[in-house]
Design a protein around this ligand. Structure first.
Ligand code: SF4
Ligand code: FES
Length: 296
């Protein structure tokens, strides 16, 4: 191996020898699959030394650079920001770089790829279906006066920002998509991440694209396919609540028929404070969801 390659490997694997003693060794039971050789995935065991702060991603990289360089694992930021290292660890959707091995309280760490996406190799899935659905809901501000007002900002109050702030924490890791039982049974279902982002942009006071997004989500494979299992919100490592957003989106759709008689053009920037079509819908919605009628 060339000296430059060796240097690169040393940089990637934190070397704690001489600095700290490993607390224990654990068995990493890792799902392996090579499409050129294997008919189906299988598990292989590796012994990994664990220090106080060893994460599951550290363990996988220890395997890759010390025991088995053929292991395929996707990661980037190593700090819970990029969403690349989503996988299933001891049966639960997690970010490998945010999961401390000792916190698992187990001498066996089982790692497998996330569900509901095609498997490329080992722990790496093909995220294209997930991102195609994300793109489908038009996750950006839609207005017809953006070109005319390149030189100014579209203002928003802190209260308006607060309406959707929680949903901006999504890092597109796909863990909710993996946990969702509806996605598991309907490949065309838009999925919790895309639907939550449809809601996030639709309630943004600067946006006027509600009607366009409603055309996408008001579909048998759209918002109505969600049965509110809530697994998406339980799986999210960033505190995003897609299940809540999807139920809110259902409410918007139900009320739009009364409050949005026709598709409206985007408001001009001068009128941005006068409200968008979605604001009209939100105003017309009751503060509390009506209770179901008492059983007879
Ligand atoms: S909503 Fe949460 S779990 Fe789903 S993609 Fe975004 S960050 Fe990941
Ligand atoms: S490597 Fe970026 S979130 Fe884990």
């Amino acid at each position: 191996m060339a000296a430059s390659e060796q240097k690169q490997l040393e940089f990637k694997v934190p070397n704690l020898e001489g600095v700290e003693k490993p607390i224990k060794s654990v068995i990493f039971r890792v799902s392996r699959f090579d499409p050129d050789r294997d008919r189906e995935p299988y598990y292989r065991d590796y012994e990994v030394p664990v220090y106080r702060f060893t994460t599951v991603l550290d363990g996988l990289l220890y395997i890759k650079y010390n025991l088995d360089p053929t292991l395929a694992v996707r990661y980037s930021c190593r700090m819970g920001v990029c969403g690349s290292c989503a996988m299933i660890v001891n049966g639960r959707e997690r970010l490998a770089c945010k999961t401390n091995v000792l916190s698992l309280n187990s001498n066996i760490v089982t790692v497998r790829p996330i569900n509901n996406l095609p498997l490329i190799r080992d722990l790496v899935t093909d995220l294209r279906p997930f991102f195609e659905k994300h793109k489908k809901v038009m996750p950006y501000i839609i207005r017809d006066d953006i070109e005319a007002h390149q030189d100014r900002e579209f203002l928003q109050s802190p209260a308006e920002l607060n309406e959707y702030m929680m949903l901006t924490d999504c890092i597109k890791c796909g863990l909710c998509y993996s946990a969702c039982p509806t996605t598991a049974t309907d490949a065309l279902f838009l999925g919790p991440q895309a639907l939550a982002q449809a809601y996030r942009y639709t309630i943004d006071s600067r946006d006027a694209g509600a009607a366009l997004r409603f055309d996408v989500v008001d579909d048998p494979h759209g918002v109505w396919r969600c049965h509110f299992a809530g697994a998406c919100s339980a799986a999210c490592p960033k505190g995003v609540d897609p299940a809540f957003a999807i139920q809110q989106l259902k409410k918007l759709l139900l009320y739009k028929r009364n409050a949005m008689k026709s598709r409206k053009p985007a408001p001009e920037s001068e009128k941005v404070r006068e409200g968008t079509s979605v604001e009209e819908v939100l105003k017309s919605m009751p503060k509390e969801w009506p209770s179901p009628p008492a059983p007879k």
